[in-house]
Design a protein around this ligand. Structure first.
Ligand SMILES: NC(=O)c1ccc[n+]([C@@H]2O[C@H](COP(=O)([O-])OP(=O)(O)OC[C@H]3O[C@@H](n4cnc5c(N)ncnc54)[C@H](OP(=O)(O)O)[C@@H]3O)[C@@H](O)[C@H]2O)c1
Length: 323
């Protein structure tokens, strides 16, 4: 069977390693190169395949049909342009080209929130893969926004927690096991996390009418997974709160609508978002509580990137992905 050669820049990081593992199991993709920075020249065994990390400068970009960049923000944009110049299409996992950034706005790069925006992807040269928290939040609130059910001007509150792989592989004293284990803390308090601009921009695009996102992330002492609790003031009371989501996401293999609040165990190592919706009791205004769970490295990063690459390459969207 024909296999498309694909390359991974930043393959020694958490998202990059996940990409290499998914590529190894993909029936129609093969790894053309895997780059690293400080780990350049080192060997690794990922999902049964032996990989030698090359420096990004030595990666044969022209050998790849699709290049995934799993590089840090700010370092990625230059490599996206180099891969494009070499003739490859690019799925960029960094924030460099996402909605809410100047360069994203300027270049009109399509946003790869696949289920909602897949028609923009097939002819794209570059796809901006969504952030992990925005994936969990935007897929959860999109049905309400698109149906005009959110109270205009109301604030959408998001309290979310992520496992420590969300912070990347670079060593940091505050992420040492002894600092993180058996504790739980908020960070970026004050609505200034990088993902706020991305969520605000897409919320507006999906039909939000002056709706702010008020986002407080937390660090959860597990390796992977995101759980977001979202409260949304709505125009009316819902008799059957789940029906809108079931209707909106019919036939979506990677979106699960659940009658019970999801947990991380439901989603880790799977390319799915699992969502529950409950009406709030004991409040004066109609309010929905939406709980959304994903694996930050799969649906929140590498899995969604492969989903977008499948669309770019004309493959069936779920090919090679763990449901
Ligand atoms: N982690 C997540 O949950 C997640 C989710 C969604 C999106 N993302 C995005 O995906 C990207 C990668 O995240 P990550 O968590 O995997 O990061 P990471 O673990 O820190 O990995 C970064 C990778 O980039 C390489 N690198 C670092 N600086 C470089 C430079 N100046 N030039 C070339 N290569 C360089 C690193 O190589 P060495 O290790 O050899 O130095 C490593 O392979 C980020 O933009 C991040 O925001 C991450």
């Amino acid at each position: 069977m024909h296999k498309f050669p694909v390359g991974v820049l930043g393959a020694s990081g958490y998202a990059g390693r996940e990409l290499c593992a998914l590529i190894a199991q993909h029936p129609s993709l093969e790894l053309a190169f895997a780059s690293a920075n400080e780990q350049r020249g080192q060997r690794a065994r990922i999902a049964g395949q032996e990989i030698t990390y090359v420096a990004a400068e030595d990666a044969r970009l022209a050998d790849a049909e699709v290049v995934f960049t799993a590089l840090p923000h700010g370092a990625s944009a230059r490599w996206v342009d180099d891969a494009r110049s070499a003739g490859a299409r690019v799925v960029d996992l960094s924030a460099d080209f996402r909605p809410g950034t100047e360069i994203g706005r300027h270049r009109g790069v399509p946003y790869g929130l696949t289920e909602l925006m897949r028609e923009r992807i097939p002819g794209a040269q570059v796809v901006a893969n969504p952030g992990c928290y925005p994936t969990a939040v935007l897929l959860a609130i999109a049905p309400l926004l698109m149906e005009g059910r959110v109270v205009p001007g109301a604030t959408i509150n998001v309290s979310a927690a992520s496992g420590v792989t969300g912070a990347g592989y670079s060593p940091r004293p505050d992420l040492l096991f002894a600092e993180v284990a058996e504790d739980f803390r908020a960070y970026s308090v004050g609505n200034n996390h990088r993902h706020v601009a991305e969520m605000q921009a897409v919320t507006r695009e999906l039909g939000g009418q002056n709706n702010d996102i008020l986002f407080t992330p937390h660090l959860l002492p597990v390796s992977r997974g995101i759980l977001a609790t979202i409260t949304v003031p709505t125009m009316d009371y819902a008799d059957d709160p789940l029906s809108l989501w079931k209707e909106c996401y019919t036939d979506e293999p990677f979106i699960e609508i659940a009658s019970e609040p999801p947990t991380l165990r439901d989603v880790v190592r799977r390319n799915v978002v699992r969502i529950s919706v409950t009406s709030a009791a004991n409040v004066n205004q109609p309010t929905l509580i939406i709980i959304s769970a994903i694996d930050n490295l799969v649906k929140g990063a590498a899995g969604q990137a492969i989903q977008n690459a499948n669309v770019l390459l004309g493959l069936s969207e779920p090919t090679g992905l763990p449901t």
